[in-house]
Ligand binder design. Structure first.
Ligand SMILES: [Zn+2]
Length: 155
């Protein structure tokens, strides 16, 4: 049985450039069962898309123009800092570093400075295995988690 995976996914809206970071749980699924793995992926994707829809509805009064969205970063490891383990529904400043595996794979997290971010990354073998590349870029994001899904958008 594969363990559940915590997924961090960063969406960017165009044309305004607003960004939403979501944390969703991909349920455990048997590695020997492709159907179960696909189902677990679908479950996580539906939750992430549900949060994106919910956030866009919330933005509408201030940001009424039509948006297109894209995934600009994703990480399936524990991030730097404690903030992203905590509750959602808040604005956060996060550092995002590209990796040698290419887009959208990134290493991200919260830290007081870029130097502190890299200090934390260097102490974490799981993050180093992702092949992070300097520099890390600062992003101002809205943060939501799957526990913030309104009943209307629950998968
Ligand atoms: Zn907008």
């Amino acid at each position: 049985m594969g363990a559940p995976i915590t997924i961090f996914r960063l969406f960017r809206l165009q044309p305004c450039g607003r960004e939403l970071l979501v944390r969703v749980e991909r349920p455990a699924a048997s590695n020997a069962d492709q159907g179960a793995l696909d189902g677990a992926d679908r479950f996580a994707n539906v939750a992430a898309e549900g949060l994106l829809d919910q956030w866009q509805r919330h933005l509408r009064p201030a940001c009424a123009h039509p948006h297109t969205s894209s995934v600009v970063a994703e990480m399936q490891e524990d991030p730097v800092g404690d903030d992203l383990f905590g509750p959602g529904r808040r604005a956060l400043a996060v550092w995002v570093a590209q990796t040698e595996y290419g887009a959208p794979w990134t290493v991200l997290g919260t830290a007081a400075s870029e130097a502190e971010f890299w200090q934390q990354v260097r102490l974490d073998d799981d993050l180093l295995r992702l092949g992070p590349l300097a520099p890390a870029e600062p992003h101002e994001v809205d943060f939501l988690t799957d526990t913030d899904l309104s009943p209307l958008t629950l998968p």
